[in-house]
Design a protein around this ligand. Structure first.
Ligand SMILES: NC(=O)c1ccc[n+]([C@@H]2O[C@H](COP(=O)([O-])OP(=O)(O)OC[C@H]3O[C@@H](n4cnc5c(N)ncnc54)[C@H](O)[C@@H]3O)[C@@H](O)[C@H]2O)c1
Length: 439
């Protein structure tokens, strides 16, 4: 099949590459000339495990192309995927200017039947708006499909190649068949392609992300309670997670959710709910809890240093909002950095993939270390903000010799409390007792 993917970011590049991998001819369109130049030259623009290999193979075998011209991109395409940004507008609702702008443009340049597929996360009713925007100028036949994307950054290729489910919202039999044929290679293990109406498909994506964010905020509140009541959140997590009705996943407490999806999607669902006349009370609480949780370590840090961290130097491990990605949108680490700098502290950071994105965003107000151990030199304490695997079993001897004080504030509960206590650390984590060094 000939496919156009409009928007070549995290979702568009993975979508385009994975469709090319199953033999389709794909053209990815982006307005960012430098991105298209790089991709056309065979250079990948995001860090996503496993993507580069597929990307290089499909570019080499000429199934994957890039252009800045929407017209060239869609000319021969039977299906056009929209993988465009839907950032929060001023009131928290999803800003549809990119999606509707492209829809409007499509109406002006389309000459034959196409299936236009919305892969961006969009509020209920957007498919109808896209239909109207295209129909304003194009009088021929076309179909709109809502096909929300559930991939997770960090495992996006795996998620795309073997999705738990594919959700397709359409009332058109013709589009349904096209989409079914396209996705069949991805569900050979028997996972379902779930067909539904457009509005339900649009809401399914928001409901999924909001439910997961709720699970995170719920566990973070349990962790708060554990700290106050002297319980251990790891035990509580295992205790409840072994119940099939609850499940083991997404029960890890930490310093809040971030990324380019959960914060904006929870906010957008709360907003569209309000607009429909219903106040989604749980979501308001989920957001409030997350705001507080992002800075959960700060009072602990200040308490340890008797409320005076001016001039202190902190080593910070982890900048990405989660491991295995270079995405720093709404990353808790950025909030911690800001709070530390505001209090007059110095910060030296290390992240395996996200350093250049942070440097681009906040510049040289912090130090960027070559590796996780250089980062510790002369620091008064270590703070951990992202659970990269390489931080899980570090060389504690190096930590001890580099840090000024044996102090760790761990926002991701990477270590066994007893083990670090035995090594002589003062160790504070989330929802567990503080480990004071054994004298
Ligand atoms: N990132 C994720 O993990 C994820 C997962 C599921 C769904 N989504 C949703 O998918 C959508 C895209 O997200 P993303 O993370 O890929 O965004 P992104 O910011 O990484 O990529 C968007 C791309 O669109 C391009 N673009 C903007 N305007 C354009 C235009 N007029 N024509 C062509 N290209 C244009 C940008 O240059 C950018 O490269 C959003 O709605 C998001 O909520 C994201």
């Amino acid at each position: 099949m000939k496919i156009a993917v409009v928007g070549t970011g995290y979702v568009g590049l993975v979508t385009g590459t994975c469709f090319a991998e199953t033999g389709n001819d794909v053209i990815c369109v982006d307005i960012d000339q430098s991105k298209v130049d790089k991709l056309s030259a065979g250079q990948i623009t995001i860090y996503e495990p496993g993507l580069e290999k597929l990307f290089i193979r499909n570019v080499r075998e000429e199934r994957l192309h890039f252009t800045t011209s929407l017209e060239d991109g869609i000319r021969d395409a039977a299906i056009i995927f929209l993988a465009l940004p839907t950032p929060p507008g001023e009131d928290g609702s999803a800003d549809l200017k990119y999606v509707l702008g492209v829809a409007d443009h499509l109406g002006k340049i389309m000459t034959d039947y196409k299936v236009i597929v919305d892969k961006s996360t969009v509020p209920v009713g957007t498919a109808e708006k896209v239909r109207q925007a295209v129909a304003k100028n194009f009088k021929g036949e076309f179909d709109i499909v809502s096909n929300p994307e559930f991939l997770r950054e960090g495992v996006a290729v795996e998620d795309f190649m073997k999705p738990d489910r594919v959700v397709i919202g359409t009332e058109s039999e013709r589009a349904r068949k096209v989409m079914n044929d396209l996705y069949l290679p991805f569900v050979r293990q028997g996972n379902p392609i779930i067909f539904m109406d457009e509005r339900s498909a649009e809401l399914t994506k928001y409901a999924a992300n909001s439910f997961l964010a709720t699970k995170i905020s719920f566990m973070n509140e349990i962790a708060q309670l554990c700290e106050r009541l002297g319980a251990d959140v790891d035990m509580v997590r295992k205790g409840i997670g072994s119940d099939d009705r609850i499940g083991k996943r997404f029960l890890f407490p930490g310093i809040g959710y971030g990324g380019s999806c959960f914060p904006k999607d929870v906010q957008a669902l709360a907003r569209s709910s309000k607009e429909s006349g219903y106040e989604f009370k749980i979501l308001e609480a989920v957001m409030q809890v997350n705001e507080v949780q992002k800075l959960h370590l700060l009072p602990k840090i200040k308490r340890y240093f008797n409320d005076d961290i001016k001039g202190k130097r902190f080593a910070l491990w982890g900048l990405a909002f989660k491991p295995n990605t270079d995405d720093i949108s709404e990353a808790p680490a950025l909030y911690i950095i800001e709070a530390l700098l505001d209090a007059g502290a110095e910060v030296c950071v290390y992240d395996p993939e996200a350093m250049s994105n942070v440097q681009r965003q906040i510049g040289d107000v912090i130090h960027y270390a070559e590796n996780q151990y250089d980062c510790l030199e002369g620091a008064d304490a270590l703070i951990i903000a992202t659970e990269w695997n390489e931080f899980r079993t570090p060389n504690f001897l190096k930590i001890v010799t580099s840090l000024k004080n044996k102090v760790i504030f761990d926002g991701r509960n990477l270590f066994e409390t007893q083990a670090v206590q035995d090594l002589g650390f003062h160790y504070e984590s989330v929802g567990r007792v503080t480990a004071f060094p054994v004298k």
